[in-house]
Design a protein around this ligand. Structure first.
Ligand SMILES: [Zn+2]
Length: 174
């Protein structure tokens, strides 16, 4: 890149450091013409293509704003929303695509939101997936219910196998 001091067309990297979270790299550069040094910061670009075709940088704040509406009246606080937005960004970055549309972002929100609050998830999904009938709600609720029962069955089994040996051991130790 151009030297910011003398506009020389080239520069030499003298040092590179990855940030602690691994999301950016700082490079110390030196201009071969004027010998002055400057720093550049490199991050992967993540942009959102809006329906109008306009591109804007991805923003966690916009994720929070979008999800907050679905969470009205639910036991979800600002920290929960911040964590959710972070998970969404991480999964989008892991997807490796530099340009995202509203559909992909909505899809990345559904999973973490379902873990956070099932009612908020249903509200969000009904808008995002354009539910237009009671049957759409019914099938979404049925799939939540089926997953919940599966989880309950799985943790029930685990508790049973954990409990059996301890029940015999505890009275002896006391
Ligand atoms: Zn220079």
């Amino acid at each position: 890149m151009h030297c910011p001091f003398c506009r020389h067309a080239d520069s030499r990297v003298v040092d590179s450091r990855t940030s602690d979270d691994g999301a950016s790299i700082r490079r110390r550069r030196q201009c071969p013409a004027c010998n002055r040094r400057f720093t550049t910061i490199e991050t992967a670009s993540l942009s959102v293509v809006k329906r109008s075709g306009v591109t804007e940088p991805f923003s966690r704040e916009k994720i929070v704003t979008g999800v907050r509406k679905a969470c009205q009246g639910r036991p979800v606080n600002e920290d929960d929303l911040a964590v959710l937005a972070q998970k969404v960004e991480e999964s989008l970055r892991a997807g490796g695509s530099a340009e995202l549309d509203a559909y992909e972002i909505g899809l990345a929100i559904l999973g973490p939101l379902r873990e956070l609050d099932e009612v908020a998830y249903l509200r969000f999904a009904s808008v995002y997936q354009a539910f237009d009938s009671l049957e759409d709600f019914e099938s979404a609720i049925n799939s939540l219910r089926a997953e919940r029962e599966e989880r309950a069955a799985a943790s029930g089994d685990a508790a049973a196998t954990d409990d059996e040996p301890t029940a015999d051991v505890v009275p002896d130790r006391a």
